[in-house]
Design a protein around this ligand. Structure first.
Ligand code: ADP
Length: 545
């Protein structure tokens, strides 16, 4: 017979994160960039506003389980929503501001958002779809910019101002006792294929994920940090940084809409963040900018970078030019998202650290992982065998919201759609997304590997490799390359460069020089678009003999 423990059955809720940050770290600050200057507030002040927000939403009739959407940049108000909405029992639904209009309409209607908080400068964007948002009863505009575009399309709906809403709220609010398994927040995948799929996070999953995010072996967030989340709060929960930072009392430096390299560098120099997170394209932009402008990044102790494979050359350049450590991480909307972080194992000589940093990541405690072959058999962790990665754990989704997708699950495991290998010490190396793998003859070619090598060439700004139909081999790689301005490097030069790095049979014959690699709504290379451009004959392809 099992013995009952004597431990309190205390629920894991975001409310406890809120209380901890508000009391223990009341003096920590939230800075929001405004382009020239910044506005600031202490956690204590922000907590008061969070209480007002919750009570005001309750006065509006928002009840437990109701969905409240946010359509905004990374700002203090967005952070307030992150805490206030779940803690009052409602469900925070972060909306991706870069989704195509029909996808945005789909996710708001599918989630049945009752209220949407929107940044004033995004009002025109939201107004484009507002007429189709069937369940929204109120828009709340953050900032005092013009909101007439929304009023014009939705004369039937209340349009409130965030500050007025807060002013009408109370500083006394009885935070409800919540079931730790109840929904706290939701986020839809960016829908690379088909309709976006909704993931619903619980209070419990968020608390456990936040603790994992603070662990020294992952992001090691502490009160000493000043966190600059460049990754949007609508992209997989800004990788857990809002709750991890609040819980540890780290200051926040929030970039709002100023996401180009020049203002970001200005912000970094002024506010001296110690920690930041963003997809590789942002860091590549910043690096290029820093080649032409003197930039001081010395305040940063660690950058977490993921969302797509991080080129080794990027990690090397940040170390060499700025003495800044980029640590790669892997995850997805479905995994909250932290699942693996690439810190070198103990005892790694300094000269070899980069080899580990350039891998995809080492599994975070709490996440269980396996790789399986096409028949569903588990493969060994030997760093060689390649299969689909499956994960399970307390912050991994076990279903999609009102969207049964049995093909995405395998006996309690989430099928990630990522293909890779695992070292005996739990380091994974993703070689591709299953749908991006290039099947040449009987062999698989890793597009990620070819891209990584190409982007290490000094004349290459970006490179994306996709599989295209080939009469003899079924598929062969097509390398789409963005050259540095003024460079006249040729396809033959690049192939020669690759030839010393990958097996001969993997070398692309087909090359296209393009102006820019198309990007998804969260800044990843959009291979679907590249493949379509190729099949529509829009790319000028050079074929080497
Ligand atoms: P979407 O699936 O719409 O792109 P997500 O941000 O949830 O939205 O994407 C998760 C996917 O991003 C992963 O399944 C994986 O393919 C990719 N990814 C994330 N981090 C990495 C990484 N470090 N290396 C390679 N791929 C990554």
């Amino acid at each position: 017979m099992t013995l009952e423990s004597t431990m309190q059955d205390f629920p894991l809720t975001i409310t406890s994160i809120l209380r901890h940050g508000a009391s223990v770290h009341a003096a920590s600050e939230v800075v929001t960039f405004e382009g020239d200057g910044s506005r600031r507030a202490t956690f204590g002040e922000v907590a008061t506003r969070i209480t007002r927000l919750a009570s005001a939403l309750q006065q509006l009739g928002i009840e437990a389980g109701d969905r409240v959407g946010t359509f905004g940049w990374n700002t203090q108000e967005h952070l307030e929503a992150y805490l206030g909405i779940p803690c009052m029992g409602a469900v925070l639904h972060t909306l991706n501001i870069r989704l195509f209009p029909d996808q945005l309409t789909y996710v708001v209607n599918h989630a049945e958002d009752r209220v949407v908080l929107v940044d004033d400068n995004l009002v025109p964007l939201l107004a484009k779809v507002a007429g189709d948002l069937k369940t929204v009863e109120r828009f709340v505009v953050m900032g005092d910019g013009d909101a007439s575009a929304l009023r014009d399309v939705r004369p039937d709906v209340d349009i409130l101002r965030y500050e007025e809403l807060l002013a009408g709220g109370s500083e006394q609010f009885d935070w409800p006792e919540l079931d730790e398994r109840s929904a706290a927040a939701m986020c839809y995948t960016s829908g690379t294929t088909g309709n976006p799929k909704g993931v619903v996070y619980s209070h419990r999953s968020n608390v456990l994920h936040s603790m994992a995010a603070c662990m020294a072996g992952s992001m090691a967030v502490t009160e000493d940090d000043r966190i600059l989340p460049i990754v949007p709060m609508f992209h997989a929960n800004a990788w857990g940084l809002p709750y991890a930072g609040w819980m540890s009392g780290a200051d926040f430096v929030l970039p709002a809409r100023f996401l180009q390299a020049a203002p970001l560098c200005r912000l970094i120099e002024r506010e001296r963040p110690t920690f930041s997170g963003a997809v590789p394209t942002i860091w590549a932009d910043l690096l290029r900018y820093s080649e032409e402008h003197p930039v001081d990044l010395s305040s940063i102790r660690m950058i977490v970078c993921g969302g797509s494979a991080v080129p080794r050359s990027l990690i090397e350049a940040f170390r060499q030019k700025h003495d800044v450590r980029i640590v790669q991480a892997w995850g997805m909307t479905e995994t909250s998202p932290l699942a693996a972080v690439a810190h070198a194992p103990a005892g790694t000589p300094e000269s070899e650290e980069i080899d580990w940093a350039a891998k995809t990541g080492r599994i975070v405690p709490g996440v269980e992982l396996r790789i399986v072959d096409d028949a569903g058999n588990a493969l060994p962790w030997d760093g060689e065998a390649v299969g689909e990665i499956e994960v399970r754990g307390p912050w991994i989704t076990g279903a999609y919201y009102r969207d049964p997708s049995p093909e995405k699950f395998d006996d309690g495991w989430l099928r990630t759609g990522d293909v890779g290998s695992v070292e005996p010490n739990g380091f994974i190396q993703i070689t591709d997304r299953a749908k991006d793998v290039i099947k040449s003859g009987g062999e698989w070619i890793s597009s990620v590997e070819l891209e990584g090598h190409l982007m290490a060439h000094p004349d290459v700004v970006e490179a994306s490799v996709v599989g295209v139909p080939d009469p003899r081999w079924t598929e062969r790689p097509l390398a789409c390359v963005v050259r540095k301005p003024g460079s006249d490097v040729t396809a033959a030069d690049l192939r020669e460069f690759l030839a010393t790095r990958v097996a001969h049979w993997q070398l692309p014959e087909r090359w296209a020089f393009i102006d820019e690699v198309p990007k998804t709504s969260v800044g990843k290379f959009d291979k679907k678009v590249l493949r379509a451009r190729h099949s529509d004959g829009e790319l000028a392809v050079e074929e080497l003999p």
